[in-house]
Design a protein around this ligand. Sequence first.
Ligand code: SF4
Ligand code: SF4
Length: 249
Amino acid sequence: MKIKLLRRLIQLTAFVVLLLPIWFTDLIWYGTYISAELAGIDLTDPLTALEITLASKTLWTPLIISAIPLAVVAIVFGRVFCSYICPLNFILELLPVKRKRALQARTLPLVSLAIVLVLSAIVSVPVFNTVSPVFAFMRMMIFGFGVEIVLLALVIGAAFIWGQKIWCRTLCPLGAIYGLLGIKRRLALQIDESKCIHCGKCEKVCSMGTAPARKNFEDASLCTNCGDCVGVCNKGAISFGMTGLKDKR
Ligand code: SF4
Ligand code: SF4
């Protein structure tokens, strides 16, 4: 099965599964994109756990423990939350917009991450959780359309003006923390230089404005391991592999 089709199926399944608790009880899954319970295991996204810890100035062990599973997934598989689970990414990828390469400020998401963490500590409120368009989407699904629609409209509007993933590439602190955790991921792209003809297709298809051959910190933190570049390379020069540290991009 083509990697893009497989990804779309996983995105769709994640979308449906996350909405199921709205209509059904007694599932092994219950919760939202930021905090959930799966078969009795508590799950919290690492950014939410950090924000709550800083906002409350309290180190609550169950919260920290609940952030470990998703952090481990990012450490091993990289930023796969973005490419396979995030509902906002799913919506953005279905928009009929171009993948423009404007605003090459690749470290801005890290600045955004630092800002929301510092602000959370100062105002004692988990800042990104309050204004996150990712969570706003979930709230809209549960409670109906409200003021959250403004946040989504801004992200979608920006996509039409500056390119499909402008939010993910330049602002989203949730993506940034997963990118940081996955900077030395085990599942990484492998390039077979002997097969590469430098046609540039892989770079053109990448919605995050990166390219599989680049190994610098910014590109590694932006790559979501989506596999679009693997699928587009008809020379078979790009593949995924579980690597040692020295081979990672
Ligand atoms: S960068 Fe943020 S909005 Fe974009 S896919 Fe990742 S978590 Fe979702
Ligand atoms: S480099 Fe490849 S795997 Fe990484 S984000 Fe771009 S298209 Fe996806």
